[in-house]
Ligand binder design. Sequence first.
Ligand SMILES: NC(=O)c1ccc[n+]([C@@H]2O[C@H](COP(=O)([O-])OP(=O)(O)OC[C@H]3O[C@@H](n4cnc5c(N)ncnc54)[C@H](O)[C@@H]3O)[C@@H](O)[C@H]2O)c1
Length: 336
Amino acid sequence: MVKEVLRVGVIGCGAIGKEHIERLINVVAQATVVAVYDYFEEVAQSVATKYQIEACESGEALIARDDVDAVLITSTDDTHAVYVFEALKHEKYIFCEKPLALTAQECQEMMAKEIQIGKRLIQVGFNRRFDIGYREMKQAIRAGEIGEPLLIHSAHRNISQAPGFKTDYAITRVAIHEIDITRWLLDEEYDEVQVLTVKQSRKTTGDWLNPQLVMFKTQSGQRIDVEVQTDGAYAYDIQCQVVGENGTLNLPDPARVLKRTAGQYTYGLTDHWAKRFIDSYDTEFKEWAASVLSDKLVGPSAWDGYVSCVVADRLIQSRKSGNVEKIELVEKAEIY
Ligand SMILES: NC(=O)c1ccc[n+]([C@@H]2O[C@H](COP(=O)([O-])OP(=O)(O)OC[C@H]3O[C@@H](n4cnc5c(N)ncnc54)[C@H](O)[C@@H]3O)[C@@H](O)[C@H]2O)c1
């Protein structure tokens, strides 16, 4: 693709869709947005009017446009697969927010299509891989600075959820980030996974289980525990500590001013993922645009989307069965 600026069509103009549209138009020099679509016409129209771009009558019409080089899918989880398959039909580059699909079977079909086309077209929105803190942790692990990593302790704490939140979403929408980032940090696949229920928070505003303790064991025997609080936490707070033979690595908090005032020493925490990870999203899209323009995707792949679906499915099964569940993956194709 010999172009200087990637022309993107965006499907889904909700919370993160609007953030990414603004980012692609005003932050990422190598990309722009030419067209948008949303299930709610007035939502797409208001975004289109704001940026003087076009609102399309359907996702399919947007994907088919000659001036759309790549498609960004930021609609609701249950709609991702249908648009990914449509964009694959047109052999267009795709950035799909997580999850790639609702089922591992659909992800396998997407991989089969990429293999048939002969190259990667799909990138999945696992933005933490672009966060400077996680990147430094991975570099330190690779450089052997803490010796062999043995364990990871992590926490994903949220203040609130939108109406309609369910117990399973703690895995498929929340812990899915930890499913991806810890296997990326350790460069390992999981062997077994488990969910443990713990004493429940009285601050949960709905009828879902909160918190849940999510556990992974990698193929070499490393253990990862993830405390998943989906409601009522004191802040949006993400913690990760890798324990190695020779030391530990801790995920840094984003830079904030340290205040000494009123007899206290304080450091502000954020209340929302969009603020906590803003730099990672910017980097994610700068690198995505550059890699698409050079016709060589390098970010999180359909394979990563597939693995996260398999693991999420087994975790949900573990919560229901009370058992440790085995992870079984299909063979990884060479293009991944
Ligand atoms: N990577 C991350 O950190 C991150 C953060 C937030 C959300 N997400 C993902 O992004 C996606 C969107 O999340 P959100 O918070 O913006 O949700 P949202 O509900 O605010 O927005 C979703 C939008 O999709 C539209 N939509 C629904 N069905 C559609 C269809 N069939 N075709 C086109 N548009 C349709 C809705 O009208 C809405 O405007 C979700 O899949 C979510 O998991 C990822």
